[in-house]
Design a protein around this ligand. Structure first.
Ligand SMILES: [Zn+2]
Length: 104
């Protein structure tokens, strides 16, 4: 596993969640060989997840419908809408989507 920024080998550590690869030069981290992400993106994903969960937890719409509406909003097939794979910008789009629902 190489850091996408530095092209250097990332250091592997065994954790109870699986294998964690970290770059020694920046904050890129990869879990179990998945695409490495930086701290900013990881935090945005957590925020997006919370914002999205709030939509169906408050009962504005069902979880399934919330995913369908979000997919339409992002012009992506439902199967590709996974918070864990979103880029920083896509996470911001999810957060805006949730905010607009609550404002409207
Ligand atoms: Zn790096």
């Amino acid at each position: 596993m190489k850091c996408p920024t530095h092209k250097t080998d990332m250091q592997a550590t065994d954790t109870k969640f699986g294998k964690r690869f970290a770059c020694s030069l920046c904050d890129m981290v990869s879990w179990n060989g998945n695409t490495p992400t930086d701290q900013k993106t990881r935090e945005a994903r957590m925020e997006a997840h919370e914002a999205f969960d709030a939509i169906w937890k408050t009962g504005i719409m069902s979880r399934a419908k919330a995913y369908r509406v979000l997919a339409g909003e992002m012009m992506r097939p439902r199967a590709e809408v996974h918070m864990a794979q979103f880029s920083y910008d896509e996470c911001q789009a999810v957060i805006r989507f949730a905010e607009e629902l609550f404002d409207g």
